[in-house]
Ligand binder design. Structure first.
Ligand code: HEC
Length: 138
């Protein structure tokens, strides 16, 4: 029994390849624990693009914006949001990061006082889902 592990390693595996197996196991464990964390606090770790897509239809963002994949009569009071995942800035000067975009959707005035984009009463969690969807637009 003491030699069980040693015997279970096939002779054909070269000695230098064995640490690779150990490394692979570590990577797999790290990936699993990361997944577990994400399941526990989805609202903090990021948004769900599919939910964001539905929420943008629900909040009628399309009354002012053309948004690919979101149905509705596309208004043009606001800029079109196609390719938003590739944009460097939000509303001309705010660096386009997922966190900043979520805060913008939650409360545009707090990010750019005087902006014509209204506060639509979107919660921060809902804003994260919408930001996740907008990030998929390339
Ligand atoms: C009443 C019209 C109106 C509605 C409704 C509206 N927006 Fe806007 N939005 C604007 C305007 C106007 C701007 C430009 C603001 C600025 O540059 O200061 C803007 C800017 C934006 C930007 C930044 C665009 C860019 O090119 O930098 C995003 C992203 C955005 N809106 C998303 C949304 C989402 C998502 C919703 C729905 C929850 C929404 N908007 C609802 C008018 C609107």
């Amino acid at each position: 029994m003491r030699n069980h592990f040693a015997r279970s390693v096939p002779r054909s595996v070269p000695f230098y390849a064995r640490p690779l197996g150990v490394l692979g196991l570590c990577v797999a464990l790290a990936a699993c624990s990361e997944q577990g964390e994400r399941d526990m606090k989805p609202a903090v770790a990021g948004g769900d693009p599919a939910r964001g897509q539905g929420l943008m239809a629900q909040y009628q963002c399309t009354a002012c914006h053309a948004i690919p994949g979101v149905p509705g009569a596309a208004g043009n009071a606001g800029p079109p949001l196609d390719g938003f995942g590739r944009r460097s800035y939000i509303a001309g000067g705010i660096p386009n990061t997922p966190g900043a975009l979520a805060r913008w959707l939650d409360n545009p005035q707090s990010m750019k006082p005087g902006t014509p984009m209204p506060d639509l009463g979107v919660s921060l969690e809902e804003a994260r889902h919408m930001a996740a969807y907008l990030a998929t637009l390339r």
